[in-house]
Design a protein around this ligand. Structure first.
Ligand code: HPA
Length: 271
């Protein structure tokens, strides 16, 4: 990745009309319906954007969508790149650099995650308060990083406090249960063993998933304020662990999604 490549991606999108978006949004697995709320849409398929990571066949629908959401200009990633698909962490986070270059001032991230904290139930939502990177790498560990900013990025407050507080306020006004907790990012794509779920609990994780943390690290590299929500799709109780059911995970994500959309669309109006 070079600065010039990122600039060419940005120029292509600006040429298509992606003019000065204020907010970037990353939609997680099973969480695509927010797109229906966007007006005056312009779309760019990942495969057509110069220097974007090449989308795999199973991922052909991945696209960036630009438009208006409650009067604010947004750019939305419908489908993200995962480390477990074989992309490296620089590829996974490339779109964040491009959205930042387009001008976004805030980033909202969503994901589907397993609940580790026994008080958190499937179908509920967790606001990320902090995270643990268990992916064994960093999107900042590359030779040219100095071209893009600091090497030693502070992570003492990775999630934006003001936007997080606003989300909690909205949740309480709208009667939406919003937990707060620590998200652990693993590589996947295999799910965790019982012993791994026990370990995750011991080390302080409240939820576990296979994404988000690389994007959050790069957003911090760019000084881009972020909030992130996990839709909890399954309960990871090591002593009563049923085999994973992926269709059910996607179904639970879809059912909880309206609450996530409510939180994000209300937040956008209060920025
Ligand atoms: N583990 C990892 N990723 C997940 C899970 C899980 O239990 N549920 C949804 N995404």
């Amino acid at each position: 990745m070079t600065k010039k490549q990122v600039e060419e991606s940005i120029a292509y999108l600006q040429g298509k009309g992606f003019e000065a978006p204020e907010v970037g949004i990353v939609l997680g697995t099973g969480l695509g319906q927010l797109i229906d709320h966007i007006e005056d849409k312009i779309e760019a398929h990942y495969n057509n954007i110069p220097f974007f990571p090449l989308a795999t066949v199973e991922f052909h629908s991945g696209k960036l969508v630009y438009g208006n959401l409650h009067g604010k200009k947004v750019v939305v990633m419908q489908g993200r790149f995962h480390f477990y698909e074989g992309y490296d962490l620089i590829d996974v986070t490339y779109p964040i650099r491009v959205m930042h270059g387009l001008g976004i001032k805030h980033l909202f991230i969503s994901n589907a995650a397993g609940a580790i904290n026994p008080a958190f139930k499937k179908g509920e939502i967790m606001l990320l308060e902090d995270h643990i990177n268990l992916q064994g790498g960093s999107p900042l560990a590359f030779k040219g990083v100095a071209q893009f900013g600091e090497r030693f990025v502070d992570m003492s407050q990775p999630y934006d406090k003001a936007m997080s507080d606003t989300l909690k306020e909205i949740a309480s006004q709208e009667n939406i249960t919003l937990h707060e907790g620590v998200y652990a990012a693993v590589v996947g794509p295999q799910l965790e063993t019982r012993a791994e779920y026990r370990m995750l609990k011991i080390i302080g994780a409240d939820a576990v998933g296979m994404s988000t943390v690389p994007e959050v690290i790069v957003a911090n590299h760019l000084n881009l304020p972020i909030v992130a929500l996990s839709v909890l799709t399954d309960e990871c109780d090591p002593d009563n662990l049923a085999p994973i059911n992926i269709p059910e995970i996607i179904e639970v994500a879809g059912k909880a999604e309206p609450k996530m959309i409510r939180l994000f669309t209300e937040l956008i109006q209060r920025l």
